[in-house]
Design a protein around this ligand. Structure first.
Ligand SMILES: [Zn+2]
Length: 461
């Protein structure tokens, strides 16, 4: 039996730090859930510790999902699209506010859905989730489900307790949703954000951020306040912006399907502060860090503004959600990812929620980008869900790369059969590019510790 928090060595076909070249037939040493060594020549002091051999796998840094709504993770299938984006929202709200449910039961349902989302994310190799958070919500729901995952991954029925997993296998960063279309909800959410923002920080809960919802529910006053708080407190701001043509129509002249959805609930406070898309973009450039979800219909002027603020502003593209909504306007069926990156707009990837996506597997999003965008390199795609996302979120001291001293929140990618052969190369010259192979349609991502438990037993040979 291996004692908890034991040291161990994992050898794999490829070790892929992402921010430096891949290492073929390399090793990673983990001790107490912390990376101790990454490379080919295992130092002699590690020769006697337990060793796992993972043939047909690559080891990457843990994946970072930059946009998610965990609260909808109980959905078995996406919410039907209907005839317009507002109709989809109406169906989504009907699911969220199911009638004849007592508040206590509603909270328990919400807790269960969030727990399912955390479990699903973790099992796909995701180690950090930026979550759009609405009430009811409790930090204990997060810590309980993270702790139970840690416990599950630290026990093997054959060998007993094993020290394979870092103490915190996945971290959730809540961004509190703010909207003032209904003033009571704004006050409630803001006082909850005040309380949560001053709560002691926990390793399984990332630094709280603000999520002014969208221009059709959030006035420019709320976006301004969120950006100011973000700057003053070093907090992330994230906002849905220019997502659908219906949103653009309504913001422009209060026409189209949104007028029917919003007409009855709109408050005068909000209406007086209704902001154009470009006003929200301008306000977000004042934030410490701002992530714009989707941004499909942003103007060239706004995109150039984001490019000139790429140190603190980025777009989160959610590839399969984009596909789900089937954007048909302005040639938007294919999101212009390569063109936008080329002018300097920073991009990351998210799953959005199960209301518009069949699962929360971020690796599947990366593979979707690989299929859709031939002009973007596979390495660039992988950076969007590892190193570059970690740097933008300022969590690079703990996530996003394979560096000695960092928590071993590692993702194992099961390679297609032919990829682990000698025809694969790190440089790709006259050979199959390793990063392309990682994103091949049949590659699979998992947390390293679960792969070790399911496929291997340690040996000292
Ligand atoms: Zn979203």
């Amino acid at each position: 039996m291996i004692s908890p928090q034991a040291s161990f060595v994992v050898q794999a076909d490829w070790i892929v730090p992402v921010d430096s070249g891949p290492v073929q037939n390399g090793s990673v040493v983990v001790d107490n859930g912390i990376i101790q060594f990454v490379g080919t020549q295992l130092p002699s002091k590690f020769h006697s510790i337990s060793r796992f051999k993972l043939a047909g796998f690559a080891i990457l840094p843990g994946l970072i999902n930059s946009h998610c709504h965990l609260e909808f993770s109980d959905l078995q299938a996406p919410i039907p699209l209907g005839i317009s984006f507002p109709e989809w929202i109406r169906n989504l709200l009907a699911h969220r506010n199911a009638k004849n449910i007592e508040p206590e039961q509603l909270a328990m349902n919400r807790r269960d859905a969030i727990t399912m989302g955390i479990q699903e994310s973790y099992r796909a190799g995701v180690r950090w989730v930026v979550d759009m958070t609405t009430l009811p919500w409790s930090s204990t729901w997060i810590t309980d489900s993270v702790n139970s995952l840690a416990k599950e991954a630290a026990y093997d029925p054959v060998v007993g307790e094993v020290g394979l997993v870092p103490r915190v296998p996945i971290c959730i960063q809540p961004c509190i949703e703010l909207l003032d279309i209904a003033p009571q909800r704004f006050e409630l959410a803001m006082s909850f954000a005040d309380k949560q923002g001053s709560a002691p920080e926990s390793e399984s809960i990332g630094r709280m951020g603000y999520a002014p919802h969208a221009p059709y529910t959030t006035s420019r006053n709320v976006t301004k306040r969120s950006a100011e708080l973000s700057q003053a407190e070093d907090r992330l701001v994230t906002m849905h912006l220019a997502e659908s043509m219906e949103e653009m129509d309504w913001i422009q002249d209060r026409q189209g399907p949104f007028s029917e959805l919003l007409g009855r609930i709109i408050s005068q406070d909000y209406f007086g502060g209704l902001g154009q898309i470009s006003e929200h973009v301008q306000l977000l450039t004042n934030a410490w860090r701002a992530m714009i979800a989707h941004g499909n219909y942003l103007s060239t002027i706004d995109l150039n503004k984001l490019a000139s603020h790429s140190a603190n502003c980025a777009i989160v593209h959610c590839p399969r959600t984009h596909q789900f909504f089937g954007h048909r306007y302005l040639d938007m069926a294919q999101y212009p990812l390569a063109e936008r990156i080329a002018i300097g707009v920073k991009h990351f990837l998210g799953t959005d929620s199960r209301a518009s996506n069949p699962d929360l597997n971020l690796w599947n999003e990366a593979k979707q980008v690989r299929r859709d965008h031939s002009k973007i390199s596979s390495l660039q795609i992988i950076k969007m869900i590892t190193t570059e996302a970690a740097e933008f979120l300022c969590i690079q001291d703990r996530y996003g790369s394979l560096i000695e001293g960092q928590p071993a929140t590692l993702t194992a990618i099961e390679l297609p059969k032919f990829a682990s052969s000698t025809s694969t190369s790190a440089c790709g010259e006259n050979q199959v590019d390793l990063y392309d192979q990682l994103l091949a349609s049949d590659s699979v991502s998992s947390p390293l510790e679960l792969v070790l438990l399911s496929k291997n037993r340690p040996s000292n040979t």
